[in-house]
Design a protein around this ligand. Structure first.
Ligand code: SF4
Length: 434
């Protein structure tokens, strides 16, 4: 297929496709799906080899958020029967983090519900980071605390935080449909604040909220322009008790097309399969590893994932390997830029097509790696993301009619059996899943 040859050649050079090419990936048929995965898989291996980065979520503060993000089980007015608790103490958080690191995670994602942290909250996170790094200084830490005020990113950086996660979630055009208590521009501002302070920027999306293909492409290109080092791809977990509980719009095939599109647009960026992996990819999860180079180990913020050992077995069975603590996640050209930005507190790695960043790199061969350890951050399960109510529009430029029978079938089924509220780990007396 000409499209896939073009996308592969561009990806191997570190170049982004056109918007029309990205839309065409989403419009491929089920008959073409394995070819799409194979093409995007070549790009993934070019920059990340067969490594899979493991990240571990610690929900520092769960539920009771005053914001109204429609997709989120922790939102204002949520009836979802999730765990609700206030800030974990530093030693409790460090204990939870230790379980993830013991299981193979190199990054710990410290997440707290809420609009954004107070300065006292930054103190709490500072103490927590110290407790985690005392136990293992090599652990990467990503904070996900909501909208940042002036100087908070700098304080997190000084505390030893490596990255900050704040997802754009959906396109600018539809952001107001999923959240009314803050704006898309607020989210962009926080990603820029984090980046400006020298934190590695982690920012991603949520698919399956009823958005169009154009919305998905818009947000993925926006993330590339923002210079996100890590792009978590969340698949909506339609929690009972939230406004999007009936939005079962995704099939495993659709998820794979989305991951492939994200990979082609972000060839040399960490792409992470985040919340909803087990719920929507189901038995097709191993194919997702050919597209993404990063996943969460074990449970999510408010829902349970598959057993941590099952994650590890899946990676080994699919012929991939867990990325080691001393290995760089990003390819050398991206890691060097990010490391320089971290040292100067300036703008880090960026897009191939503009923004503050890195350029295309030529040549195909062994995957690149670098010495500096840099990576993405955390994600979902109710993290920071958006919604919709828009049909799946088929783009004008396609290589074939979208085979959407799977999407139709998925929309007819409400699979409440697939969503398990988290009842173990942080905030409970039970051992974490890692
Ligand atoms: S995504 Fe974050 S800000 Fe939005 S409701 Fe959930 S916890 Fe609150």
């Amino acid at each position: 297929m000409d499209l896939l040859d073009t996308l592969t050649a561009k990806g191997l050079r570190g170049e982004t496709p056109t918007r029309e090419e990205a839309l065409a990936v989403l419009a491929t048929t089920d008959d073409e799906l394995l070819d799409v995965v194979a093409a995007a898989g070549r790009v993934r291996r070019r920059w990340f080899g067969r490594r899979v980065k493991l990240n571990y979520l610690v929900n520092l503060k769960s539920g009771l958020c005053p914001e109204d993000c429609s997709y989120c089980s922790q939102r204002l007015g949520s009836k979802a029967e999730i765990l609700k608790y206030t800030w974990l103490k530093p030693d409790q958080a460090a204990e939870a983090a230790k379980a993830g690191v013991s299981g193979g995670a190199k990054r710990v994602c410290l997440v707290a519900s809420g609009r954004g942290p107070t300065d006292r909250d930054i103190d709490r996170v500072t103490d927590t980071v110290a407790a985690i790094k005392d136990a293992d200084p090599a652990v990467e830490i990503c904070a996900c605390l909501g909208l940042l005020s002036d100087n908070q990113a700098e304080r997190l950086k000084a505390a030893g935080v490596d990255a900050y996660n704040h997802n754009l979630n959906t396109s600018e055009g539809t952001y107001g449909d999923i959240t009314t208590t803050h704006t898309y521009a607020d989210r962009v501002d926080t990603v820029q604040k984090a980046h400006g302070a020298g934190l590695s920027a982690c920012s991603g999306l949520i698919a399956g909220m009823g958005e169009s293909d154009e919305d998905l492409v818009d947000v993925v290109f926006a993330l590339r322009e923002l210079g996100s080092d890590s792009v978590p791809v969340n698949f909506l977990i339609p929690f009972e008790g939230t406004p999007l509980a009936k939005e079962w719009n995704l099939s495993p095939q659709r998820c794979l097309r989305i991951l492939a599109m994200v990979r082609f647009v972000n060839p040399d960026t960490e792409v992470r399969i985040a919340g909803g992996r087990e719920v929507h990819l189901r038995s097709m999860q191993p194919l997702g590893l050919h597209l993404a180079n990063s996943i969460f180990l074990g449970d999510y913020l408010t829902s349970e994932g598959q057993a941590g050992q099952t994650d590890l077995d899946m990676i080994a069975d699919a012929g991939f390997e867990v990325e080691g603590m001393g290995e760089s996640t990003l390819p050398r050209h991206r890691a060097d830029i990010a490391a320089a930005a971290a040292a100067t507190g300036g703008c880090g790695s960026g897009s191939a097509g503009g923004g503050c960043g890195t350029g295309a790199v030529s040549g195909e061969g062994e995957s690149e790696s670098a010495d500096a350890a840099v990576g993405g951050g955390c994600g979902t399960g109710g993290g920071c993301g958006p919604c919709g109510g828009h049909g799946h529009a088929v783009p004008a430029a396609t290589v074939g009619a979208t085979d959407d029978k799977n999407a139709d079938r998925a929309a007819d089924e409400v699979r409440t059996d697939l969503v398990r509220v988290r009842r173990r780990g942080a905030g409970t007396e039970l051992a974490p899943n890692a």
